[in-house]
Design a protein. Structure first.
Length: 261
């Protein structure tokens, strides 16, 4: 039997205290998104009606390299972080490579994916702002399940619009969301003007992330104390996911190595 270490785990106190904002260190900054109404560079307050205010500020922050992780968020991270850094000895052998291969196993989170890393802070910032309801869309269901879980942690009501074809094909993901109290609706639906318009034009529409996003944003805009949340695409989501790489750096040091790239 080999006695080589296969999994590297950080103690709780080593879980990152800050997220890393790569935009601050970019020589060529990303072009600012434009306000669709004015065609001027977007300001944080332009997004306040849709997202939690702190998330809007994080989205457009190109100056601060480090954003502090709230202690309440770190406490929730501790239930599953750090995630293991695993040495892939079997893959190395199968490939016949002298390279040392490692992978970060984010599937050990309660929802089985990395999506929870951003769902928790998004729900937290909504709660801090006095928001009572959150909406989102989901395709296969990983983000919807993560948001449902995070909403329950902070006492928020969650409404999830799931792409209709996935809603029908993946009933267990739907059940996970419902287990944590989320209202799950197949999209397009008759519950929003956007959904009604789509179904009127295309009665057999199987749904898409576009239809689900449209419905989730409409519900957020028309519901008091409600904000929309998103699990990918945006810069603040990427920011929250940097806990993965920041942990990996420390774990590689534990393994006595550091990546070439």
């Amino acid at each position: 039997m080999s006695n080589k270490t296969k999994r590297f785990i950080l103690p709780e106190e080593e879980i990152p205290h800050y997220w890393y904002n790569i935009q601050a260190d970019m020589v060529n900054k990303p072009m600012p998104p434009l306000n669709p109404a004015t065609k001027q560079p977007l300001k944080p307050e332009d997004m306040f009606p849709i997202f939690a205010e702190e998330l809007c500020r994080q989205e457009l922050n190109q100056t601060d390299a480090w954003i502090e992780i709230p202690e309440e968020v770190r406490e929730m991270y501790k239930y599953y972080r750090s995630t293991p850094l695993v040495r892939a000895y079997g893959l190395e052998k199968a490939l016949g490579t002298p390279a040392h291969i490692y992978f970060k196993n984010e599937s050990v989170s309660p929802m089985g994916s990395h999506k929870l890393n951003s769902a928790i802070p998004q729900a937290y910032y909504c709660k801090q702002e006095g928001v009572t309801n959150v909406t989102t869309e989901t395709g296969a269901g990983q983000w919807g399940a993560s948001l449902a879980y995070a909403a329950r942690l902070f006492g928020l009501e969650a409404a999830v619009y799931q792409v209709k074809i996935s809603y029908e094909q993946k009933p267990y993901r739907r059940s996970v969301m419902q287990t944590f109290g989320a209202q799950v609706t197949p999209s397009p639906s008759m519950s929003t003007r956007a959904g009604k318009d789509i179904l009127t034009a295309y009665p057999n529409h199987q749904g898409s992330l576009g239809t689900a996003i449209s419905e989730a944003i409409e519900l957020a805009r028309s519901t008091p104390n409600c904000k929309y949340t998103l699990g990918s695409v945006l810069s603040h989501v990427t920011l929250h996911q940097t806990v993965i790489g920041l942990e990996a750096e420390k774990q590689m040091a534990m393994a006595g190595e550091y990546p070439d790239v």
